[in-house]
Design a protein. Structure first.
Length: 76
């Protein structure tokens, strides 16, 4: 049979502070939480845009690059 445990009364406020620290409107993102996905998106876009000069065995990649160029012209 297990004995009931008792937590010290001074531990309760610390636990409450820790639980509420990550919630609410005061939560801030780290700089890398936005920078890394934006950097990855930019690098992948550059890879797609720069692949138009590559000599591919099939014409599928050229179609994708052509579509991406048209999309960039329409947006930008």
């Amino acid at each position: 049979m297990s004995a009931p445990t008792h937590t010290p009364s001074h531990a309760a406020p610390a636990r409450r502070r820790r639980a509420s620290a990550g919630t609410g409107a005061n939560t801030r993102l780290h700089w890398w939480a936005l920078a890394l996905p934006a950097l990855a998106f930019g690098l992948l876009l550059l890879l797609l845009a720069g692949s138009g000069q590559a000599q591919a065995a099939t014409g599928e990649a050229a179609g994708l690059v052509h579509y991406t160029q048209q999309l960039l012209r329409a947006v930008g």
